[in-house]
Write a protein that binds this ligand. Sequence first.
Ligand code: 6PG
Length: 504
Amino acid sequence: MLAKNGVKTRPLSIHRKQLFFLKDYKNSSRYNMTVTTFDFGMIGLGVMGRNLLLNFADNGVAAAGYDTRPEACAALEANATAGTMVKGFTNLPAMVAALSSPKLVMLLVPAGQPVDDVLATLSPLLQPGDVIIDGGNSHFSDTTRRSKMLAPTGIHFVGMGVSGGEEGARRGPAMMPGGDLQAWQTLKPLLERIAAKAYDAPCVAHMGSHAAGHYVKMVHNGIEYAIMQIITEIYDVLKRGYGMNNSTQHQLFAEWNTGRLQSYLVEITADILATPNPDGMGYLVDFILDKAGSKGTGKWTSQTAMDLGVPIPNIDIAVSMRQMSAFKTMRVEAAALFAPTAPPPTADAEMAKTQAEQALYAATIIAYAQGLHLLQVASKDLDMQIPMANVVKIWRGGCIIRSLLLNTIYPLFEQKPQLQNMLLEPVIATVVQQCLPGLKAVVKTGIDSGIALPALQAALAYVQALSTHTLPINLLQAQRDYFGAHTFERVDKPGTFHHPWTQD
Ligand code: 6PG
């Protein structure tokens, strides 16, 4: 078999027979003998790496893990399900030597330099035809660079997004591999086993060429940031705008999670709002400092959207609000200077709940629409051939943004793979339209009560701007032409024009 560059590679096919053998093997009397051949290797036995590797093992894969820390190897083996084949190594060449060929090695190490460091040590230990999978949240441009770097070696490199947190990693994540199609064919049967299942389908699929896997995961995270910010604003307006306590909000979120808003993020919000403070009275959520961290994927989504010229204001504002939260001292100082929050308006509780539900639903739809629009443009402009329907399909389970709503969105992209903006689909437009009164009412409450609701406002403004036939950009174009002779087009005749404004 020849790789693109003419380098000889080994055939890529996982030995199914061997896997079935391993499945039977764990029940056999030979199980306690030393195993020298493993099907899959993991580098980095932090909580994600460990849990994902244990998930492989739970599915009949002989699993080897490498970490420099002996305690991480011990934790791996201690947490293995009885009867599965799992071994920790503190010596990388030893682990690689113990893998069957083609050797499949996944990295779950922090994004950035650590990935390059591991690749430098790992690649000389591998042969053409072996596969390296980077399962971390790497920047897509790093994935492109690493793929190019490894191509001449004949080692296949797969950038793969993994979502679902530690529980998902162990019980079934959503996975977004991209790039090398040959490697995907090898990995497919293994990944389909360990993936979450939604509507009986595994939540893993090939996400397109080059760094598409990491690109799709990055946009997933951008949408994750947006929906999280939207939920926090709903929580805030219910709390300070409508005077609703944690217990009532817990019930409300739990109830929403049984209807059209059913989703992982709504579900965990309900749980969080009922969690007592372990150190005394009250609820834990009220004792958590309001300063958010981030690892960069939301910011990267905004950066690439700016580069590609796609408006994703809900993701942008979610990133900005995390940044705003970090300026705690500045905010406390400003709070003393500016007028205090107005008292909450007297609102009918049932009405408030209905409005909040509509606002949350509409804003969530708009957040998905923006993220998917970005993916559609990136697919073309960055030549990634992203299968949009499959993206939505695999996000329906296992990942952080999984929701019932995605099951409504999925057929839209199945029917129209080139769909740019799902808000233009009548089935979505109708629902958003129906929810707009609630979204507007909630935004008004925020304004009247002095509560910042930038994501809800951005969602409202986005749909309003999108549905405005003539934006005031005619004036902006005139300004550009006035001071910079940037020219403009006219609505009444073709061509490009400049007007000598100051002579008038
Ligand atoms: C997931 C998550 C996961 C994690 C990110 C974002 O899909 O399982 O997106 O990848 O949450 O690291 O974390 P930050 O909020 O710290 O940027």
